[in-house]
Design a binder for this molecule. Structure first.
Ligand code: SF4
Length: 492
């Protein structure tokens, strides 16, 4: 079945024996756990929209391998239009869920592995690419939810993987067998991993020749023996369990349900191993993945910001301030920042170029610029939202105050603003703004797809400063003007 329904996705998770822990406790069924269910519901939207005719062109695409209509989340980018449609898909999903919908990490990992397996085969005469294509056909046919796992714990930051006092601080191969490899280690901040079918494990850094055991990329079933998920805490996560007006985003998660995933001596059969010891390709693999993922943020955060701007605008109506020119100006500034990053992501996609394997890469400078601007704009948009929503955000009453008849009349009376709106509506909007501008959300925007410094290094590396110096010299000292014009500096 190339396109799963939401119900099939949920059932397929039930069929897995995932070993997961939330708040230190073993979870019997991830689908039935209230901390995980909102994240599952978010991913279910990616499946749902693919069945809607109006979104067919954005959410689905023809497989270049089989010709079947598949989910865009399992597709290899074939041209610039595919890259543009991906950004459009992310904005649509961001607008629909108001949060991170998780599947993009697996998508970009699929594309990175498709490209790097081709490069390795071309350089080393191996057969990883054919192996990967067989895997990809299965992923597309089953419409799998994939998680990408790249970030190692890293231990002592000044030491390379092989120098760590604990060698497991980077995922590594601890045994090479005829039929596969055994891996050990952990990956952090794993978006959507806990509710994925499979995890695409990749190295998190470039490696040196003597770091062969750390050079491993492979697909691991989420319920493979030795895989353990430890769900991270999020700001305000316990509100989800309380109900009422305190939840914020009641149906969907806050960011991507990130977890630590432990690989405690996990066996991976050869057909799921896509890089084994080729250290010289690890840097390119990381770069492929990061560049695609950095452009994404102009789409997904754009959609999220649309919802945040909407919540903030509605809050101004609840307060009765919506007609103020100052308020309208601040909303305009939020919109301007949001559209700027979206436009950059569309630009990076439209300027994409073909890789040796035939798939398409976004324009790297613009992609890095998108992500770098997001690390600022999400905070700045949040700041303006706080500004317009007022100090109430920090002191709002909770559901229990509305439930206690002794104080409910006071809470209702003294927190009501524009009488056209119920007081609890003001709290619900405030809680949503609080969710979307709280620590977890902001930090994800800062560090997801690489910290700001990683983008700065990439931007400077791609900027070709020497070329810009030559441009400046040509403008200032050039003598190639049309003869006969009375240019004041022509003889200088
Ligand atoms: Fe997708 Fe954005 Fe979440 Fe990354 S942060 S997985 S691009 S929604």
């Amino acid at each position: 079945m190339p396109l799963k329904t939401p119900a099939q996705y949920v059932q397929s998770l039930r069929d897995l024996q995932i070993r997961a822990y939330v708040n230190g406790e073993r979870v019997e069924s991830i689908v039935d756990h209230p901390a995980i269910a909102p994240h599952i519901n978010t991913v279910a939207k990616t499946y749902e929209l693919a069945h809607q005719l109006e979104h067919r062109d954005v959410m689905t695409v023809e497989s270049h391998l089989t010709g079947d209509r598949i989910h865009r989340y399992t597709h290899i980018f074939q041209n610039a239009d595919d890259l543009v449609k991906k950004i459009q898909m992310l904005r649509l999903l961001g607008q629909t869920t108001g949060t991170c919908f998780q599947r993009c990490v697996g998508l970009d990992a699929l594309n990175a592995l498709y490209a790097i397996t081709y490069d390795i085969d071309a350089g080393e005469g191996t057969d990883y690419h054919e192996r990967f294509k067989k895997y990809l056909v299965r992923v597309q046919a089953s419409d799998l939810m994939l998680a990408g796992a790249m970030t190692d714990p890293k231990g002592h930051r000044a030491l390379r993987p092989g120098q760590q006092p604990d060698p497991d601080q980077f995922v590594r191969i601890v045994d090479r067998r005829d039929d596969g490899v055994v891996i050990r280690g952990a990956k952090l901040h794993n978006t959507g991993g806990i509710n994925s079918h499979e995890i695409l494990v990749m190295p998190g850094t470039g490696l040196k020749e003597d770091e062969r055991d750390y050079a491993v990329a492979c697909a691991v079933a989420a319920d493979a023996e030795g895989v353990v998920f430890i769900f991270g805490r999020q700001s305000n996560d316990s509100r989800k369990l309380e109900g009422g007006c305190d939840i914020g985003n009641p149906r969907f998660g806050v960011v991507g349900g990130e977890a630590m995933v432990v690989f405690d001596d996990v066996f991976v059969p050869n057909e799921h191993v896509f890089l084994n010891g080729q250290t010289q390709y690890c840097g390119s693999l990381v770069n492929y993945f990061a560049t695609w993922h950095r452009a994404n943020y102009g789409g997904c955060k754009g959609g999220n910001a649309d919802v945040l701007i909407g919540a903030t605008a509605k809050m101004t109506k609840v307060l009765g301030t919506e007609k103020s020119s100052v308020v309208r100006d601040k909303l305009t500034e939020m919109i301007q920042m949001n559209e700027t990053t979206y436009a950059s992501a569309i630009g990076a996609s439209a300027m994409g170029y073909a890789l040796p394997c035939g798939s398409f890469m976004v324009e790297p400078m613009m992609a890095n610029t998108v992500k770098h601007n997001i690390t600022r704009n999400v905070y700045q948009i949040g700041r303006l939202s706080h500004d317009l929503a007022g100090g109430f955000l920090a002191t709002m009453p909770g559901q229990k105050s509305f439930d206690n008849p002794e104080i409910a009349p006071y809470v209702e009376k003294y927190h009501q603003a524009n009488p056209e709106y119920e007081t609890q509506e003001r709290v619900k909007l405030g809680r949503y703004i609080e969710n979307m501008t709280s620590v977890t959300t902001m930090v994800e925007a800062m560090h997801g797809a690489g910290s700001p410094q990683a983008q700065r290094i990439a931007m400077l590396g791609q900027a070709d400063i020497d070329k810009k110096i030559k441009m400046a010299e040509a403008v200032i000292h050039g003598k190639d003007d049309v003869p006969g014009l009375p240019l004041p500096g022509k003889d200088k």
